[in-house]
Design a protein around this ligand. Structure first.
Ligand SMILES: Cc1ncc(C[n+]2csc(CCOP(=O)(O)OP(=O)(O)O)c2C)c(N)n1
Ligand SMILES: [Mg+2]
Length: 189
């Protein structure tokens, strides 16, 4: 599936449900192309493997709101122990989406270790995630995201086509995004 098609579906879910979102790597510029209106969004910039930890903190802090993290497959492998940390914390409202393109696309499309061999959804299940599904097409993603229950943490592993990395990165400030999200959450609580 194309990254953009997946992010259109994920961002529409956040728009409709009021979920907070975190994106990283090549998901970030696409998110800003299609979903700059979705209010509770933070990009994890630069720090491979930390988007899921930021999402975990958010999910524990706002337990009545769903949190969707869009992570890279290479990033997940960089800090694989986070799967156990997340499963152990049992955030019912957290969904970790892995963009399973099998490449480090951002740094020039080097193949990730375990490409075509390692099953990330099985790793998540073994770590203690309540459910983990591998999804290959937009229709299945739409269906699966419509059936998310508050029985997380859940993982969706999306098979994403190899693309070329974006040429122009949007100007983003994590500090600013975190302050904006904090302010918006304070307004509604
Ligand atoms: C610890 C660490 N090593 C290397 C890098 C350089 N680097 C930046 S992005 C990236 C690839 C990210 O790959 P993936 O998580 O699969 O996301 P994709 O680019 O495929 O969306 C690498 C290796 C880094 N930022 N941090
Ligand atoms: Mg990747």
């Amino acid at each position: 599936m194309r990254r953009r098609a997946a992010i259109e579906i994920l961002s529409q879910f956040c728009r409709e449900s009021g979920a907070a979102s975190v994106a990283t790597m090549q998901a970030s510029p696409v998110w800003h192309e299609v979903a700059s209106d979705v209010p509770l969004h933070i990009d994890m910039l630069g720090c491979m493997g930390s988007a899921s930890s930021l999402g975990l903190g958010l999910a524990l802090g706002i337990p009545n709101r769903r949190v969707v993290v869009i992570d890279g497959d290479g990033c997940l492998l960089m800090q694989l122990g986070t799967l156990v940390t997340i499963a152990n914390a049992r955030p019912k409202n957290l969904t970790l989406v892995i963009m399973n393109n099998q490449f480090y696309e951002t740094s020039g499309n080097q193949s990730i270790p375990g490409a075509g061999l390692t099953d990330i959804a099985t790793l998540a299940g073994a770590a203690g995630f309540r459910s983990a599904h591998r999804i290959s097409d937009p229709a299945s993603l739409k269906q699966q995201i419509g059936h998310l229950t508050d029985d997380g943490p859940t993982m969706l592993v999306l098979d994403i086509d190899r693309e070329e990395p974006c040429e122009v990165w949007p100007a983003l400030s994590m500090k600013n995004q975190i302050q904006v999200v904090r302010g918006k959450l304070a307004e509604v609580s």
